[in-house]
Design a protein around this ligand. Structure first.
Ligand code: FAD
Length: 568
């Protein structure tokens, strides 16, 4: 990359930091995991295109035991489909389905299907099942970072084309409207704005960034600063419509087809395509007091964060997150990334002289209604803040509308799109790390390996296992308190991409070597051994669920867990 372009890139990143992009895009996964030793470097964006494709093909060959796929005439598959929606085979259109937010992998599908609803999707899955090799990938908003929503030579289903299919408020108990039916292809940001503006209601559990589809986050978990109280998004759905890998259209819930329901939630798209979700709602607050406080000691930061997430509703904040930043004036990774308002200054003279290479920021929010007395809100907030052991003077606070708070990364997205940073490679790594290992992780990874930052936010906040349902397919560490750690890197094309990928791999290897109780969130692995280790004692259940609901391994091939078979 020419120097001028690199400088421009860094400048834009620093503007983003000023805008509190602490979550430039929360979450994703480390591209190219630690087992690259099995097959060497892969289709990094930094490769010239032809080489990239060759590397990609090599990976596919590796994954399919060296069996090259036959070339299909797409019309032979699609002509009998008789869909209400459309089938795109034009190269420029289907190439939109060959990329994702990571910009690290690419895979060219045979066709891009824009279904009108579950019937179309079921027909596509059934048509694929009549071939020996064709796979089907549901694509939400393609905000995965390692090709999870892609298929090489298969059919991509653009779920966004169904986003208008459902939006129906339900009155379950005859009094309060507690649930809403939304399409699996709907974006959470649209669910939010419509629920609030039309009904004054809102879902309870979110992701930091809302340009993600309902089906995409429910296939993983969906976590943010509300998950300590309400659990992840997968703990906040009551019912789903699913098209299974057999092409069956099925309604499922805790009581109706429960095995399918719990398989699909956190199921990485392996068991069915979610076409409708019934989501729990609560009364939407009007305003949010949004606060950041800085810590120099990790132990104090974690003690306060764990205390806040362990308190009852009404006795704590409504949102608890945190991040690590470098103890220096770097505009992206250091002190300037903390203030919530460009007019707030960060006074480094307040940092204790005992502070190390990194500092910690606890980010909390308190929600309230317009007609709550300001003095009541002030008293409640100051009562909560008073108990925290942050560095005196390093507290930043703003008042924002509730919807603005939840859409806080929208503006960041727009800025980043305008500057091109949004389209940069994102070699992310997301981990769930048990409380027992988090201090060691801090000592080695934050304080040493990442002390100069990662060109993007490093999130860390505690979650409670008891708010998750063990029957879902999500893989978690064992302990009640575990931390989400997210390395949300945004790097320019070039050698930094491979360096970041290598560092992610080194971190995962270190976790394994030290025996940490951890899981990757939004996992990305290449070998069966790694997937078995990832799921641990849930692996057998995961395999049995696959055999029940997608026996030919047609769905979500981009996760690289199962190989397509010709017979159930
Ligand atoms: P896609 O990337 O399109 O698909 C993801 C997987 O789900 C694929 O395997 C796909 O085949 C499958 N899939 C898609 N739709 C369906 C469906 N309807 N039914 C079944 N399977 C389906 N995650 C968090 O938990 N919290 C965050 O705060 C957060 N912030 C993010 C911010 C940014 C900027 C980005 C890029 C990602 C973030 N994520 C976060 C991660 C995000 O939740 C996952 O990457 C999610 O999969 C993306 O949703 P998507 O709709 O783009 O799904």
């Amino acid at each position: 990359m020419p120097m001028a372009k690199l400088v421009a890139f860094l400048l834009v990143l620093s503007v983003i930091a000023m805008l509190q992009t602490m979550v430039l895009a929360s979450y994703g996964q480390g591209a190219h995991d630690y087992d690259q030793k099995h097959s060497g470097p892969r289709s990094l964006k930094s490769y010239p295109k032809s080489r990239k494709m060759i590397a990609y093909l090599e990976r596919i060959l590796h994954d399919t035991d060296g069996e090259p796929k036959p070339h299909y005439d797409v019309s032979s598959i699609t002509k009998s489909l008789d869909l209400q929606g459309s089938i795109e085979t034009d190269g420029s259109i289907i190439s939109t389905a060959s990329q994702d937010f990571g910009h690290l992998y690419s895979a060219q599908p045979l066709a891009l299907i824009k279904p009108s609803g579950p019937d179309d999707i079921a027909r596509v899955v059934k048509a694929a099942s009549l071939t020996p090799h064709v796979t089907v990938a549901a694509k939400g908003n393609a905000h995965s970072v390692s090709g999870q929503a892609m298929t090489d030579g298969g059919l991509v289903i653009d779920m966004r084309s169904t986003e208008e299919n459902h939006f129906r408020l339900l009155t379950i108990d005859g009094r309060s409207p507690n649930y809403i039916d939304v399409s699996g292809g709907a974006l959470w940001e649209d669910v939010l704005t419509r629920c609030v503006s039309e009904f004054g209601l809102a879902p309870r559990s979110w992701t930091d960034y809302l340009g993600l589809t309902v089906g995409g986050t429910l296939s993983n978990a969906g976590v943010s600063g509300q998950a300590f109280r309400y659990g992840p998004q997968i703990s906040n759905v009551m019912e789903l419509d699913v098209v299974t890998g057999k092409g069956d259209i099925t309604i499922c819930s805790e009581t109706q087809n429960p095995e399918l329901f719990f398989s699909v939630l956190g199921g990485l798209g392996q068991f069915g395509i979610i076409t409708r979700a019934r989501v729990k709602l609560q009364t939407a607050p009007d305003m949010v007091r949004w606060i950041r406080v800085v810590y120099s000691e990790f132990e104090e930061f974690t003690r306060d964060a764990e205390f806040l997430v362990s308190q009852k509703e009404g006795e704590s904040f409504d949102y608890v997150e945190g991040f690590v930043f470098s103890n220096n004036d770097d505009p992206v990774n250091g002190w300037p990334s903390v203030p919530l308002d460009p007019n707030h200054g960060f006074n480094p003279a307040l940092i204790p002289s005992t502070a190390g290479s990194v500092l910690y920021c606890l980010e909390v929010a308190f929600q309230y209604r317009k007609n709550d007395q300001p003095s009541t809100v002030d008293t409640a907030v100051s009562g909560l803040v008073k108990g925290l052991s942050y560095v005196e003077g390093l507290k930043f606070e703003v008042e924002v509308r509730y919807v603005e708070f939840l859409l806080r990364l929208k503006r960041v997205e727009e800025e980043a799109k305008g500057s091109g940073v949004w389209d940069a490679p994102h070699p992310w790594l997301n981990l769930f790390i048990s409380k027992s290992g988090i201090a060691d992780f801090d000592r080695t990874v934050f304080k040493k390996m990442l002390k100069y930052g990662i060109s993007g936010p490093i999130l860390i906040y505690p979650l409670l296992r008891s708010k998750w349902d063990n029957r879902t397919s999500a893989a978690l560490p064992d302990s009640e308190i575990f931390y989400l750690v997210a390395l949300l890197r945004s790097v320019p094309e070039g050698p930094l991409v491979e360096k970041s990928v290598a560092q992610n791999r080194e971190i995962v290897e270190w976790c394994i070597k030290e025996g940490l109780d951890f899981k990757q969130y939004l996992p990305h692995y290449q070998t069966k051994e790694d997937w078995k280790r990832h799921f641990g004692n849930q692996w057998t259940r995961f395999v049995e669920r696959k055999a029940s609901f997608d026996p030919m391994a047609i769905l979500a091939p981009g996760q690289k867990i199962f190989k397509r078979t010709q017979h159930p």
